[in-house]
Design a binder for this molecule. Structure first.
Ligand code: TYD
Length: 209
């Protein structure tokens, strides 16, 4: 099974990927948690570009198409490992994937069809969860962190957020989870959804903390 977590910057993707991975491991499942941009050379290059643009806002924007191609290239490299792990019986959980490109690169002004085209052949997730957190809450969380990236300002976050919800309503196997709650409750909802859809037998206590 290939599970993807998506959402705005600051929506808790990294936390939920970790919690979900731990919960499934506790239920004796083989889990491989991964992330995009990846740690490949292309992924590292992407992070360098994002960090540079954040530091120097006056610098001409990196060409949106070039960046979209880098994200797609990073994803193509990622495929090999994802397919391998799936064939070995792992549950693969990815913190961001295809939907990120459909949202962020299209928000950068690129045609959806073109973004779709450069990502063609990518393995489709079995299920994608979009963590729905109000943009202003995301922004507050991001402010508490040090490293801002180019996609992180509130007006942009609002547009990204809207785009995620719209896409989720149009696509199959994409579920919106209310992410503006204690992390254990968010995880419980994700597990409940997996259980309903795939008869996963993972039980977690809702501590409400
Ligand atoms: P992010 O998950 O926010 O990394 P971290 O939390 O470690 O800083 O990802 C970095 C940024 O990359 C994020 O703003 C979304 C953006 N992104 C795209 O624009 N397109 C993509 O295809 C992917 C995977 C990410």
């Amino acid at each position: 099974m290939f599970i993807v977590l998506e959402g705005c910057d600051g929506s808790g993707l990294t936390t939920q990927t970790k919690l979900l991975s731990e919960a499934l491991k506790r239920a004796k499942m083989k889990v491989w948690a991964t992330k995009e941009p990846t740690k490949s050379e292309i992924g590292i290059l992407i992070r360098k570009i994002l960090a540079k643009q954040e530091k120097n806002e006056k610098m001409a924007m990196y060409d949106a198409k070039a960046l979209a191609l880098l994200f797609a290239a990073d994803r193509m490299m990622h495929q090999k490992e994802i397919r391998k792990r799936l064939s070995e019986g792992y549950i693969v959980i990815s913190d961001r994937y295809l939907l990120s490109s459909y949202v962020y690169q299209v928000e950068e002004g690129l045609p959806f069809e073109w973004v779709k085209c450069i990502n063609e052949g990518c393995i489709a997730p079995d299920i994608t969860f979009v963590l729905n957190v109000p943009p202003e809450v995301c922004m507050e969380r991001l402010k508490r962190r040090k490293n801002f990236e180019i996609f992180e300002n509130e007006a942009k976050l609002r547009k990204i957020h809207k785009r995620y919800l719209k896409l989720a309503s149009l696509m199959e196997n994409v579920f919106v989870i209310d992410g503006d709650r204690p992390k254990e409750e968010v995880l419980a909802d994700i597990l409940e959804c997996l259980k309903r859809k795939y008869a996963f037998g993972v039980k977690e206590e809702r501590s409400g903390k």
